[in-house]
Design a protein around this ligand. Sequence first.
Ligand code: CMC
Length: 429
Amino acid sequence: MIIDTLTVVDNRTGKSYELPIEHGAIRSTDLRQIRTGPDDFGLLAYDPAFMNTAACKSRITFIDGDRGILEYRGYPIEQLAERSTFLETAYLLMHGELPTQAGLDAWAWEITHHTWIHENLKKFLDGFHHDAHPMAMLVSAVAALSTFYPDARNHADGDGRRLQIVRLIAKMPTLAAFAYRHSLGLPYAYPDNDLGYAANFLNMMFRATELKYSPDPALVRAIDVLFILHADHEQNCSTNAVRSVGSSQVDPYCAVAAGVAALYGPLHGGANEAVLRMLNEIGSVANVPAFVKRVKAGEGRLMGFGHRVYKNYDPRARIIKRVADQVFAVTKPNPLLSVALELERIALADDYFVTRKLYPNVDFYSGLVYQAMGLPVDMFPVLFAIPRTAGWLAQWLEMMADPEQKIARPRQLYLGAARRDYVPIDRRG
Ligand code: CMC
């Protein structure tokens, strides 16, 4: 017997309905029985931007936005940032459990040995204009991978899926670094299998004439931690894009390309880039109050602040603040840090931000860290896309295995013209 139910009375008809509640939710399709008559399609739930609609059941990432909690597969983000590595975290997201040492070694070996890209893909990248945005290049390059792996269309079996997942996680840093070097007109630097995931990314970005590139271990660890923090974030805009596009059963390269495209927008993964541009525009601590006044007057947003889910300090921002200190100890401190700290201080004490529960999010400090490491602003969203690929693919895998999922297809409330007859052009107006 179901005891958790919701009783709904339709005041149009006086009829009463009892809808089951499972996991704190009713099924929207249960509303369809609520009809005024045989011609009525049935009641719909109207929810633009999915403000209160769960589109899946998931066992990957948990967020408690009011308390500022983020967990991957039950493990608190603080512990993973402190003790895990990105590849181990990616394994956890994908498999649901932390690996044994042998499992991790095999996983790392596989990823390391799939980092190369087909030489023709370099020609494809060469076709872009010299000032092409690297994130737009990445969208296209990830989709282009689909053409190199036609076997990816047959992803019905577990092994096939796994191979595409390994390829995508492995090749993202290569595509990202090649996009960057294209923008500078530099020759591409090939992957070095002796290096770990983050170190190899820095190698492909920055290696010049040296035979062996050895990045500072503190900077490698900083990138690795930033990758862990960005690896997944449950049903955000880009993950929803991956799930939605993937639900058509397209290959995972095309589904992930949709995710990269969604992430590119300034309200999502493009926010870290927008934060840096905003801090540059503010320029100095003295200009902060005037800038905050403009934001409060509705003339633009305080980028890197606010979140759909977090109504508390984003736990990732807290960790990134600590990473920033470690990076600035190696590089020189970022002069824009003082502007960011002053913005945060003023905003957190201001009624406008307090009442709307607007706190720094993951993007507020990450750009300052990337910039201090010599990474150009255009690359910031790309640095988000590399690790998020692990989350997208874990979510894609979960969706593909979920018997309740079908092709994503929302309903609409049609408010347009009623049926009318075509009018020949000489009788219009
Ligand atoms: N600066 C000033 N006001 C803001 C901001 C902001 N950054 N964010 C929200 N508000 C105000 C907004 O104007 C609205 O005020 P009112 O109720 O008076 O109309 C109220 O707060 C609620 O905002 P909303 O736009 O309804 O909230 P949302 O959940 O739709 O948007 C958001 C969430 C992240 C898009 C938004 O906070 C924003 O645009 N932030 C700046 C961009 C940003 O930092 N994005 C990165 C998000 S974290 C990384 C990621 O997941 O991609």
